[in-house]
Design a protein around this ligand. Sequence first.
Ligand code: PEP
Ligand code: MG
Length: 547
Amino acid sequence: MRKYTGKSVYGSVVVGKVSLPKRKTLAVKRVRVEDIETEKQRLEEAKRISVLQLCEIYRKALVKVGEANASIFEIHIMLVDDEDYNESVYSILESQRVNAEYAVAVTADNFAQMFAAMEDSYMRARAADVRDISDRLIANLLGDLPNIPMPAETENGSVICACDLAPSEAILLDTDKVSAFVAAQGSSNSHAAILARNMGIPVIFGAGEEFLSEIENGEEIIVDGYTGEIYLEPDEETRAFSLEKQLAHGERKRLLTELKGKDNVTLDGRRINICANIGGVDNIGEVLLNDAGGIGLFRSEFICFGCSQYPTEEQQLAVYRRVIESMAGKRVIIRTLDIGADKRADFFGLEREENPALGYRGIRVSLERPELFKIQLRALYRASVFGRLGIMFPMITSVGELSAVLDICGEVKRELKEQGVNYSENVETGIMIETPAAALISDRLAPMVDFFGLGTNDLIQYTLACDRENPNMEKYSDPHHEAVMRLIEMSARNAHENGAWVGICGELAADTTLTEAFIRMGIDELSVAPSMVLKVRDTVRKLDLSV
Ligand code: PEP
Ligand code: MG
């Protein structure tokens, strides 16, 4: 097996066959000419045709990749008439008395080299744009069509391997026939890369000259757009693994095209919210891509990891505000810090414990450090004016604990009001039900809150006495255990009887073999990893609870 690596611009996997397109090479000769006026007319005619072709490409790009990306070709159209570029061509024509294609080729080399030498990586990548329009001008001067590496006879499933990919070539790739593209050169900042990213096939740039010299037409090739890896003569294990990844990607793509924008409603009309769990702002793109109905759990402790000190009120506010604003009015539930057990932040200086899962964690830490807890609550309430916020408290085990928490919330709101700082009166408060104690007294807790978030990861570990960090416990840790199901059902019933809504935000929410049972229990919301949102939607839409 031979392996090469490049920079990928789109994540999917393809197992296919190498196709080496026969590109037309533009042979430009230096020819001395006497009649410079005719050369100038030829150049102007080539420019006119090039602009017409680019307008046509722009129209195709609008359909394929949308207005923002298509604007790349507006820039190309402007480049054809660029003053500096044309001045250079004309000056070569006049001073050297040579043919127009030669003057364009020399200008293209000079401009491309100038861009390639720039420090800024974005500007460096503009060299490819200059080459693209110059090749088009030369092709039109030669009366030839621009060199598009798209052999009409390309077989389905072909992986086109070439030296580079120009933006105009990228947009003309026939993605029904081409399943991936690998370029030996090129940059992932190029306009071609930006376009390729929107076309839904893996495209890799910078695979290296060695790659191109060592491949043959028709060879089996694997292109992994997630990692940028390329395999030739793959071994059995790599082929099997890649085929599995390819299938999973196909399924995700199917879910996206079929289910994006659709309701989470069963065949008999029962609705459920499907939201996403996140650990930070970086996950928002994925949440929006997968069409989640909101954020069901933002594990706020993640913003502390890697920090040398506790994030300030302003720092926290900035993060919460960005998440809330990005969700544009959809509900965002932010859980207050759940530090402790497996989630450690050194600056808290928590002592090592024999049994950390049964120790100092979650709300216990917050209640013992009210000064830090209040900083987080102030940031949360201040962020609440930017959208729809729910605040959720982790590891609750008693009514007294929850009362203390709600008292501190009241104090924080009073202080904000006194200071004239705005916050929303519509913030919902809720608790994680992740200890058997909380589930068993959920009838007492529910009247005190707006919602419950069932944390099944911890609920399972504490109910079944199985450390979630211990791999040897996996065989005992049955997530479908009747005891766990009864606690979930009991909590859901007690929530509803007391006017609270109930969601599940532990991993079990994504177990589609339980989706029907959860809906029958009256669960109002399932919050899952962003990549699982559409899978759960798919399951919900196929259920019929009337039978
Ligand atoms: C849970 O316990 O199910 C949960 C969602 O919280 P975490 O996994 O962060 O402990
Ligand atoms: Mg938990």
